[in-house]
Design a protein around this ligand. Structure first.
Ligand SMILES: Cc1cc2nc3c(=O)[nH]c(=O)nc-3n(C[C@H](O)[C@H](O)[C@H](O)COP(=O)(O)OP(=O)(O)OC[C@H]3O[C@@H](n4cnc5c(N)ncnc54)[C@H](O)[C@@H]3O)c2cc1C
Length: 390
C-alpha cells in the first residue's frame, strides 16, 4: 500500500508492479487528482545533479533519474525538452562558488562547461555575468503529465487506485495493518509512506517517532509577460547560497512556453498554504511549537526577513533576476501561483539536505523528498522497492 499519489508514490507503485508482478498494489490519495500538491506546483525542471554532495542519495538518484525521466517521457509521448541551463555568476565574489559547483558537477559525473561572458551570451543573449556554467543535460517537462501517465499504466496493470481517500488511522494486525481512509478500509502487509507535506504525520499515525518535522516553505512565482519572453531562451539560475537547500530565484522556460520567475522561499502558514491568506491554525501551532523551527529562524533571521519582504514586493522580485538579465523590469512580471516544499527540519534546527527514508518492519517512510525528487522519482522508486523484502 502506497500512501500519497504524488510522483514519488505513483512511481513507487509502478516499480512494485513491474518488479513483483503478483503483488496487489493500492495507492491512496486524499485529493481528487494525482500529483495535486508538490508535483503539480513546481518548476518542471529535470535537474542534472550539479549541486548535491557527491555520494549522497540526491547526487546519485538525480543523475540517474535525469536519464530515466527523460527516457520515460520520450517512451510515453510526454513533452520533454533537453534544453540545458546556465548557472550565472553575477559578480566576482561569486566566482569561487561557481568554480566549486563546476568541480562538484564533475565529481558527480556530469558534463559541464565553464564559460566567459561572451560564450554565455551565445546561449542566453540577454544575460549579464562575469562567468557561467553550462549544464547540457538539464531538461524541462510537465511532472503532472508524468503522474497521469503513471496512473494510467498502474490502472492497466491492475493496481487499485483510490482518489479522495485520506488515510487517517493505521491499526496494526499480526501481519500488516488495516488502514482506515475517508473512502473505506484497506488491509496491507507493507506500507510505503510517500505523503509529501504530511509524511511525518503519516509516519506518526503508523506508530513511528519520526526524527524530523516537515516544515512547509512556500515558493512563489511570477511569469514574464508574453511580450518579454524573448529575454530568456531556456533556464538561467544564480549561484546558490550553499547554506540553503533552495536554488535561489531563477528564470525557467516551462514546457508550455511561458517563462517563470522564482520560486522564493517563505514559511507557509499551512502545510498546503499556497498564499499568505491560507492559514491553518493546527498546522501553524504544530510548526511554531517545534523547537527546530525557532532554532532555524534564529540562525537565518536576516535571510528569512529578506524573503518575506521580496514576497510582498514585485520590485524586489524583479531586482533579484535583473542581476542575471538586466533588461527585466517590475512591469515585465505578473503573478504565476506558488508551490509548497515539504522540507524536513531536525529538532536542532538544521535542514535535512539529502533524501531521507526511514524503515520499520513492514513499513518504508519517505520523510524528506524535496527538489530534485520529481526528477529522481523513478530512481527513488527503485531504491524504495529494494528496501522491501521479497
Ligand atoms: C516550488 C517548488 C519547485 C520545485 N521545483 C522542482 C523542479 O524543478 N524539479 C524537481 O525535480 N523537483 C522540484 N520540486 C520538488 C518536487 O516537486 C517534489 O520533490 C516532488 O513533487 C515530491 O513528490 P511527492 O510525491 O513526494 O510529493 P507530493 O507531490 O506532494 O505528493 C504527496 C501526496 O500525498 C498525498 N497525501 C498526503 N497525506 C495523505 C494521506 N494521509 N492520505 C492520502 N494521501 C495523502 C497528498 O495529497 C499528495 O498528493 C519543487 C518543489 C516545489 C514546491
Amino acid at each position: 500500500m502506497v500512501v500519497g499519489g504524488g510522483i514519488v508514490g505513483l512511481a513507487t507503485a509502478h516499480r512494485l508492479l513491474t518488479e513483483r508482478p503478483g503483488a496487489t498494489v493500492t495507492v491512496l490519495e486524499k485529493e481528487s487528482c494525482w500529483g495535486a500538491h508538490q508535483t503539480r506546483h513546481n518548476s518542471g525542471v529535470i535537474h542534472a545533479g550539479v549541486y548535491y554532495t557527491p555520494g549522497s542519495l540526491k547526487a546519485r538518484l538525480c543523475r540517474d533519474g535525469n536519464a530515466s525521466m527523460i527516457r520515460f517521457c520520450r517512451d510515453h509521448g510526454i513533452a520533454v525538452d533537453v534544453c540545458g541551463k546556465l548557472i550565472v555568476a553575477a559578480s566576482e565574489a561569486e566566482l569561487p562558488r561557481l568554480k566549486a559547483l563546476y568541480q562538484r558537477a564533475v565529481a558527480n559525473g556530469l558534463t559541464v562547461q565553464l564559460l566567459d561572458p561572451a560564450q554565455a551570451r551565445e546561449y542566453e543573449p540577454h544575460v549579464r555575468c562575469v562567468a557561467a556554467l553550462h549544464v547540457a543535460s538539464t531538461a524541462i517537462t510537465d511532472f503532472g503529465a508524468v503522474c497521469d501517465t503513471l496512473a494510467r499504466l498502474l490502472q492497466e496493470a491492475g493496481a487499485r487506485l483510490w482518489l479522495r481517500a485520506r488515510a487517517y488511522r493505521f491499526v496494526p494486525r499480526s501481519h500488516g495493518l488495516v488502514v482506515e481512509t475517508t473512502a473505506g478500509e484497506v488491509t496491507a502487509d507493507v506500507l510505503i509512506n510517500c505523503a509529501g507535506l504530511h509524511s511525518d504525520r503519516v509516519a506518526r499515525l503508523a506508530g513511528l517517532r519520526p526524527p524530523v518535522k516537515i516544515i512547509p516553505f512556500r515558493g512563489e512565482y511570477h511569469q514574464l509577460v508574453p511580450a518579454r519572453r524573448y529575454l530568456v531562451r531556456n533556464l538561467i539560475y544564480p549561484v546558490p547560497d550553499p547554506q540553503f537547500p533552495f536554488l535561489g530565484v531563477h528564470l525557467t522556460r516551462m514546457i508550455d512556453g511561458s517563462v517563470h520567475v522564482g520560486p522564493n522561499a517563505v514559511l507557509a502558514l499551512a502545510r498546503e498554504g499556497y498564499r499568505w491568506s491560507t492559514v491553518r491554525p493546527g498546522d501553524l501551532t504544530d510548526a511554531v511549537g517545534y523547537p527546530g523551527l525557532w532554532r532555524l529562524a534564529r540562525r537565518h533571521l536576516r535571510y528569512g526577513a529578506a524573503e518575506v519582504r521580496r514576497s510582498w514586493s514585485r520590485r524586489r522580485f524583479a531586482a533579484s533576476v535583473a542581476r542575471l538579465v538586466p533588461a527585466i523590469e517590475p512591469a515585465d512580471l505578473q503573478p504565476a501561483g506558488s508551490g509548497v516544499r515539504a522540507q524536513a527540519v531536525r529538532p536542532d534546527g538544521t535542514l535535512v539536505d539529502d533524501f531521507l527514508v526511514v524503515t520499520a518492519p513492514g513499513q518504508v517512510h519517505v520523510l524528506n523528498a524535496p527538489s530534485p525528487a520529481a526528477t529522481s522519482a523513478l530512481e527513488i522508486a527503485r531504491y524504495l522497492v529494494n528496501l522491501i523484502p521479497t
